[in-house]
Design a protein around this ligand. Sequence first.
Ligand SMILES: NC(=O)c1ccc[n+]([C@@H]2O[C@H](COP(=O)([O-])OP(=O)(O)OC[C@H]3O[C@@H](n4cnc5c(N)ncnc54)[C@H](OP(=O)(O)O)[C@@H]3O)[C@@H](O)[C@H]2O)c1
Length: 450
Amino acid sequence: MEPNATKFDLIILGASGFTGKYVLKEALKFLNTSSSPLTSIAIAGRSPTKLAQTLQWASKPNPPPSLPILHADTTDPSSLRSLCSQTHLILNCVGPFRHHGEPVVAACTDTGCDYLDICGEPEFMEKTEASYHQRAVETGSLVVSACGFDSVPAELGLLFNSVQWVGEAVVNRVEAYVGLESEKRMVGNFATYESAVLGVANASNLHKFRRSRPRRPRPQIPGPSPTKGDTIEHQKKIGLWAVVLPSADASVVRRTLSTLTENPHGLPGSDESPEMVVKREAFWSSVKPAHFGVKIGSKSLLGILRIIMVGIFIGLFGNTSFGRWLLLKFPSLFSLGWFRKNGPAEEEVESASFKMWFVGRGFSNESLASQGNTKPDMEIITRITGPEIGYVTTPIIIVQCALILLSQRKNLPKGGVYPPGIVFGHTDLQQRLQQNGISFDVISKSTISS
Ligand SMILES: NC(=O)c1ccc[n+]([C@@H]2O[C@H](COP(=O)([O-])OP(=O)(O)OC[C@H]3O[C@@H](n4cnc5c(N)ncnc54)[C@H](OP(=O)(O)O)[C@@H]3O)[C@@H](O)[C@H]2O)c1
């Protein structure tokens, strides 16, 4: 593209992938519609033929619009730099990110191009922040990973629960419980399973990496640190059995809370209006940080035992190369049918949904929290509900983040590598998600008798 030629609003990299095609489908809903900032899209990847077929699929029942199809391969840095020179924003759907993500972030941060992705891999995100944040600040490239089900519901859900603690009331811990529902089989595509298997294989590297990094400030949270609790929990109020979900959510939320501790009024936008400064500062001042954890829930104990079984398979076999080969060769067998090489059928995607409950526990008065061993006396339960997580909710989220970036760029940080909560928390992202089928509700506020 000529230096002064008009750039695309965004390029979807990896649009031919299972998730990428749904991201394209979602983005097309906002292309050249009234009040949408999205006037041009290009799609990019290795195979023009597959990308053209994807465009057909994503446009149906309408004829496909004539979107430019660009060549890009994550093993060819010049192809990625060329993409960056042609757009303001890249939506990266090429995973696993530990294999493919870094060259894309490098190209974006070198050229000042903005970047969003749907990564759910903490190791990639934390290493990207460590290696590219400074460069991104210098070039004005805003890099935000985890703009999908991992980890925007966790981030916005914690903030939503936290701002319900008004006046003297303070929150101590928020535990999120993810419940997945479907009238048909619940199935995920292979790449997500592969990312999880590789995550287990690299767990010790991640611990080593974290230990090598300077400690970031943690927020002051009123009250005692929460205890570990039972391995299997029966949450009677929401009707779920639950175990810890080793997803990226807790690590992403922790990074948002550390950034908030360093910047108590949030991150200033590159060119904010005085009204926006007031709005941003008011929002972040109302947020009361809490300890945060995520569990996966099931209505039956048997369902939880199945989840534990899959965790044991991945945990045991993921540590050796032969074990990983087995896990990746037979995904359906070792995930008890939850992941398939060719992903879910369209009807399976359409019939699935999620509920994510946020059980917040804290104190009706901050002075109670400072009295040593006092137990929380207040509970606020909030909930996010939405459609299928990987291929409906995730595209809705990344597309809404992109639309905010295109329409409100000056309200967002000039550049840097950040988690989504701290970048979008004070914007209208929650309202936008609500308008697109993902709802946020307060379920109950109650006192807890000891
Ligand atoms: N955050 C969330 O909640 C969430 C939800 C869904 C998925 N994800 C993540 O998204 C990622 C993608 O998942 P998926 O199921 O869509 O995977 P997929 O179907 O395997 O798609 C991968 C895409 O990457 C492209 N690709 C592979 N190697 C490439 C290379 N060297 N250069 C350029 N493009 C390349 C593929 O192109 P070809 O068509 O040419 O092979 C394809 O378009 C995974 O990491 C998954 O964990 C996250």
